[in-house]
Design a protein around this ligand. Structure first.
Ligand SMILES: [Zn+2]
Ligand SMILES: [Zn+2]
Length: 118
């Protein structure tokens, strides 16, 4: 992995707020002041392609997260805030129904957050 990719990956590993490209860029620049936005874009694309990083689906803007801790995302349709959820039971239920092992899943889940509900 190149130093730039490593820097971008480290930013993702250190972030638990599902940053977008601009946020990753700002954080990467603190470590590597001469990194360009284009490099951050390309590094993220490479990291997603090579499964180090996931791009969260079903959102207007691209948000990123580490891939090494399996979990899913629930996003608020009003403000776009993203929460982590895991549902091991669902995986197990599907496996029980199919009699097969689920390799991975990709679901979009939406739930209006507490702030938007007020
Ligand atoms: Zn909300
Ligand atoms: Zn997440």
């Amino acid at each position: 992995m190149t130093t730039q990719r490593r820097t971008v990956y480290d930013v993702i590993l250190a972030s638990n707020d599902h940053p977008d490209v601009e946020t990753v860029f700002k954080r990467a620049r603190k470590v590597m002041p001469n990194i360009s936005l284009t490099t951050v874009y390309r590094s993220l694309a490479w990291l997603v392609e090579n499964e180090f990083v996931i791009q969260i689906k079903g959102l207007a803007a691209a948000h990123f997260d580490r891939s090494d801790i399996p979990h899913s995302h629930v996003s608020c349709p009003s403000c776009g805030v993203i929460h982590d959820v895991s549902y091991i039971d669902l995986k197990k239920q599907i496996e029980d129904q199919l009699g097969r092992t689920v390799s991975h899943y990709d679901l979009n889940i939406y739930c209006t957050c507490v702030k938007c509900d007020k």
